[in-house]
Design a protein around this ligand. Sequence first.
Ligand SMILES: Cc1ncc(COP(=O)(O)O)c(C=O)c1O
Length: 398
Amino acid sequence: MNPDLDRLQSYPFQRLAALKQGLEPPVDRDHIALSIGEPKHPTPSLVSEALIAHLHRLSGYPTTRGLPTLREAIADWLGQRFALGATVDPEHQVLPVNGTREALFAFAQACVKRTTPAPLVLMPNPFYQIYEGAALLAGAEPCYLPCTAETGFLPDFSAVDAATWERCQLLYLCSPGNPTGAVADRETLAELIALAHRHDFVIASDECYSELYLDEQAPPPGLLEVSAAIGNPDFSRCVVFHSLSKRSNAPGLRSGFVAGDAEVIERFFLYRTYHGCAMPLHHQHASIAAWRDETHVRENRARYREKFAAVAEVLDGALPLSLPEAGFYLWPETPISDTELARRLYAEEHVTVLPGSFLSRTVDGHNPGERRIRLALVAPLNECVDAARRIRRCLARL
Ligand SMILES: Cc1ncc(COP(=O)(O)O)c(C=O)c1O
């Protein structure tokens, strides 16, 4: 077997299951999971109806390139959502993917050139775990950039030395960030694009939380938008990843897209042809309906806003909380070890949270996720509030 498989870390949820093993939560209250980032708001009916209406398409093989109408819907959405100042070419700059998870993983396999010494893939720390596994299986070395309160919960790119940039072939950017909810501003994105050109690497910008922002007047900027604004209108070295999972509460649809640099997309297309990951046709039709509607997305944001406000009110004074700019996670500091607090919350209150240290790696003796927990506000409002009350109660007992 491929020896690189041994380099993969156990997934955070496996570690969480091991942490909870043997604990006996109280049986007088239901379990509330704030651990998994799986949206629970209802999938809009326009998506499920389009899916059902196209079930007869099961009789056909889908193509890797996807339906032109889907790529057009995506290109239109990108143009409307981001002030691109340039049009996205649906033929050459867009590819549908079966959720961004598989695409983020596959992208490194297509992008990284195996060299000696091993190429670097840069990523935030804490991070969405797929980036690391993708780098390792592509024969690269992950390089973790700490995201702490001091760095505004984003990597401090100015602290990366030139030798590291020279070895970098791929940078995973996650904005809005999971788990921190921090958003990279336009200046940062512009600097990164300049660095990518200077040192010849590709930016894979994971923007799957871009539509869940708290301030309706301040949607997070995207990499393609900044690319166009700074005179890189063909999006050279820039690729973005967007998903319907969070935006449209459709994680089961497995639908997203990659868009950007046509040359990179063409090579990725070649990879995907062999990988065999074309999106089923009825899913493509459901996706067209989702990308063409914003009403359900505005409603979705309103629901998350309501939950953030309610939970923050309950936890006020009990945990140092700052609301994120976007996403659906809280990332508070904890008064005791993150794993110990997670164990106690489960054992005493039947609430599952994710210890921050499970989402990050120790570098130079420091783990930026230590003493933090990730709370995903995905459950209905009353459950989130109930969970917050239980957390408050548990903290009061410490
Ligand atoms: C940062 C980030 N990127 C990508 C994904 C993958 O989402 P999907 O594969 O559903 O598009 C997730 C899912 O939780 C995520 O948190």
